[in-house]
Design a protein around this ligand. Structure first.
Ligand SMILES: Nc1nc2c(ncn2[C@@H]2O[C@H](COP(=O)(O)OP(=O)(O)OP(=O)(O)O)[C@@H](O)[C@H]2O)c(=O)[nH]1
Ligand SMILES: [Mg+2]
Length: 200
């Protein structure tokens, strides 16, 4: 749930998706600006935090990066329960991972918080020549299911900050400002993102 105090929003965010889709890589790119060609498969789940600083408010994401291997599936509710936001990740080169993403969407629709801000991320967008899931197919699916959709690449960093920014913008307490003057990612001041102040 997104909680607020002194114009600070704490938002629990969970990443779900098939093994190898790139969940950990997206988080590492967002939190540390790093990418590894041989990223180890997650065991159980991993926790990260990243704060987006606003002019008069901050969004602190408490990020749970879950393990995609099927044997960890039963742990997932611990991480998505009470979450303000979810990113469901698939790999654009794998139709199987897209089908798995749809299963996560169904599970969240049944079990999750109905106000959860949910994003669908088609990751590995740099691998265009190996693409198996068209942008159009995923966009249509996202629209039909009330998700917002972006294709991302943890490798090239395309749309990675953007997807977290868009989530922050859509959190119930982060309304668009009349005259947004910018938001700075704390670690990377060069990357200015615009976001409003919180409703507190
Ligand atoms: N080319 C490319 N490779 C990527 C991208 N994102 C992740 N990878 C690679 O894909 C593999 C799997 O990435 P992970 O981030 O471990 O995937 P995951 O979803 O966390 O997997 P689990 O922890 O097993 O659930 C790694 O070898 C990454 O280097 C991307 O955007 N482009
Ligand atoms: Mg992982």
């Amino acid at each position: 749930m997104a909680t607020i105090g002194n114009n600070n929003i704490n938002a629990k965010l969970v990443l779900l998706g098939d093994m190898g889709a790139g969940k950990s890589s997206l988080v590492l790119r967002f939190v540390k600006g790093q990418f590894f060609e041989f990223q180890e498969s997650t065991i159980g789940a991993a926790f990260f935090a990243q704060t987006l600083a606003l002019n008069d408010a901050t969004v602190k994401f408490e990020i749970w990066d879950t393990a995609g291997q099927e044997r960890y599936h039963s742990l997932a509710p611990m991480y998505y329960r009470g979450a303000a936001a979810a990113i469901i990740v698939y790999d654009i080169t794998s139709t199987e991972s897209f089908e798995r993403a749809k299963k996560w969407v169904q599970e969240l629709q049944k079990q999750g918080n109905p106000n959860m801000v949910t994003a669908l991320a088609g990751n590995k967008a740099d691998l265009e020549d190996k693409r198996r899931v068209t942008t159009e197919e995923a966009r249509t699916y996202a629209e039909e299911n009330g998700l917002f959709f972006m294709e991302t690449s943890a490798k090239t960093a395309i749309n990675v900050n953007d997807i977290f920014y868009e989530i922050a913008r859509r959190l119930p307490c982060a309304q668009p400002a009349q005259n947004p003057t910018g938001m700075v990612l704390t670690d990377r001041p060069a990357e200015r993102l615009q976001i409003s102040s919180c409703c507190a």
